[in-house]
Design a protein around this ligand. Sequence first.
Ligand code: 26V
Length: 754
Amino acid sequence: MDTALENRLTELLGGKIDDAGDQDLYKAILSLVKEKIGDRPETVGNKKLYYISAEFLIGRQLGKNLLNLGIYSQVSEILKAHGKDLAAVEDREPEPSLGNGGLGRLAACFLDSIATLDLPGDGVGLRYHFGLFKQEFRDNCQYEIPDHWLEEPGILTKTNVTFPIIFGNMTVQSRMYDLDVVGFRKGHTKLHLFDIDSVDESLVKDGIQFDKTLIEKNLTLFLYPDDSDKDGQLLRIYQQYFMVSNAAQLIIQEQKELGHDLRKMAEHVAIQINDTHPSLVIPELIRLLILEGISFKEAAGIVTGVCGYTNHTILAEALEKWPMSYLNEVVPHLMPIIGGLDYAAVCAYHDNRNLNIIDDDGKVHMARMDMHYSHSVNGVAALHTKILKHQELRPFFEAYAEKFNNKTNGITFRRWLMHCNTELSGMITDLIGEDWMENAAELERLMYFHNDEGVLRHIDEIKQKKKEEAAKYILEKEGIEIDPSSVFCIHVKRMHEYKRQQMNALFIIYEYLNIKAGNYPVKPITVIFGGKAAPAYIMAKNVIHLILCLQNLVNSDPVVSKYLRVVMIQNYNIAKAEMIIPAADISEQISLASKEASGTGNMKFMLNGAVTLGTNDGANVEIRDLVGIENIYTFGRSSDDVINLYNTNGYHAIDFYNRSESIRRCVDFITSPELLSIGNEQMLRDLQDNLKNKDWFMTLLDLESYASAKETAVFDYQNRAKWTRMMLVNIARSGFFSSDRTILEYNRDIWHLR
Ligand code: 26V
């Protein structure tokens, strides 16, 4: 045991470890981590990246930091020797919910990789006091409450760095808070989160409601507050400008301190614009450069050389466009610049109205500004980038083919294997050594064991252990009993119709009816969901309602529950993901082909030995190519077919409903007496009507092929030799999805950090 470390921990604790509670231990280890981080110099170089993002879904920090500092097992051992459990201590840390889902989590994985690769690069974002929201289930419905995660002392360090931020009607003074990001074994960068001192948490009343007009008091209360009305949209613009003005001023200040010529900024600075939320950085940086005496034209050229833009969605409704009148209200000083950019880009170079930044309705298209004034435009998976080039962003691809490139997403294996699945991680190291931890491509060497019965049995034992742990956790936290020997089908992600949780719910109904009719599945199945719905997204909330009603119905039926169980995890977050993902047998990735830009959950499951049941969408396509068609279950229409159906108005849900008795029985059951006795009639009826008459994301199109693929997978699961080999192939071939690989590609093609 490391006695020096033990002594220091005892000192920081100010008492004996034996007598300490988990909360005191948490604070003491937090201080220990801060000390150790202090010993590690910050990564510096001649060119630095600023990754600007409205979301950083960083998850709890303590365990990850101990791991990356190389003292996780030492601290764990010390605690154990005193009868304490590090996992219980980690559990004391409040989890920041500074993101919605994939986009925010990607930003967090990227920071881990940037630090680990010892690249000079910081994150810039906002310090939301309540993050997104905390999800609670009552009466089988989602309720939102504030998620209070900030505490003192906590993971953030308050700095003296402040900037004046000028809005149309006022100027506020910002403050920067820093989070240390330590890489695995080496590297140290920062995440800068900006806030203002005048924010008033007591403004929040009745769930997550607050007065949206009091900007000085509400600016950083929540991530993306409800923007279904004008005040909400204005607040979002306030937030976005606040974020990027801070970023731009920080960059200029750091460049000046280094004595760099601002005219040569592209040699020393790279900015990555993570989706369109930080797009105003373009006009803001130009404005600041003009104030430094640089001409508009030159400034626009400099900024183009600095910025890269990442697109994360093809959903048209998610591409931001702001009315000029709103921007005029919040950032009037940017309007002449945005107007000038529009004029220069469109009038001077292109004669195509689809390229206008400001459209005929007076709306400012943020993505279009990004594409004109960035030197790089990237999608996040091969299929996604292809669709951007040839469908969604085609006019821009035709104008700027050289800017377009693909960067398939990745995940950090430190959190998503080493931290959440020490057993599998340890087994891999025993088999192939530990080089894979810094070079994930090494995992391929596991293929050598793909016929080794002992190894396959061991993988199976580990999966069983993780399933037992998850079952225990679900019983404790959710109060639902599940059978660890059943097949765990796990479907966790944001609730959205395109992700088709409703299709999985229809599958549950299908199985329920089968069981009721005496046709039992070959193996008991447990379907586990988790995910938040946007507060104003009615249909997503209806889907949650249906799932919770099914959970109620299925689990309380004495016969059905022997073969089928349903769990919807409350307030799904990173900590819960770390518990659930290693327990998955089947990874549900069932979005409508062409709609899921990449997905990153799919990669986390694969790495943990789950087999994908998925459509040919996003990065599923690359998973299929890597593991081979025999190690994945794919189903459903292709993205080409789907795009064609949209273009020709060729999909009519009601035809599928009318044509297939089995589809009809499932859809009809949504308003059966059984479910109506549990749920809310209006919500269930609306959902049913939507599925029959609208079904914009084509659930009924793929339902039958989905059910049949899932049944095949459950059947194959019984063949343990076959299944465990599939698990091994999935793990061995997952190296490509390390975010280290993704970041090396960003750096090679876009950032060129030195
Ligand atoms: C945003 C919105 C906002 C308003 C209405 C509906 C809607 C629907 C989707 C979105 C998505 C915003 C961008 C996003 O989070 N994209 C996710 O990015 C991940 C990381 O690249 C990727 O893995 C996911 O496939 C993609 O959905």
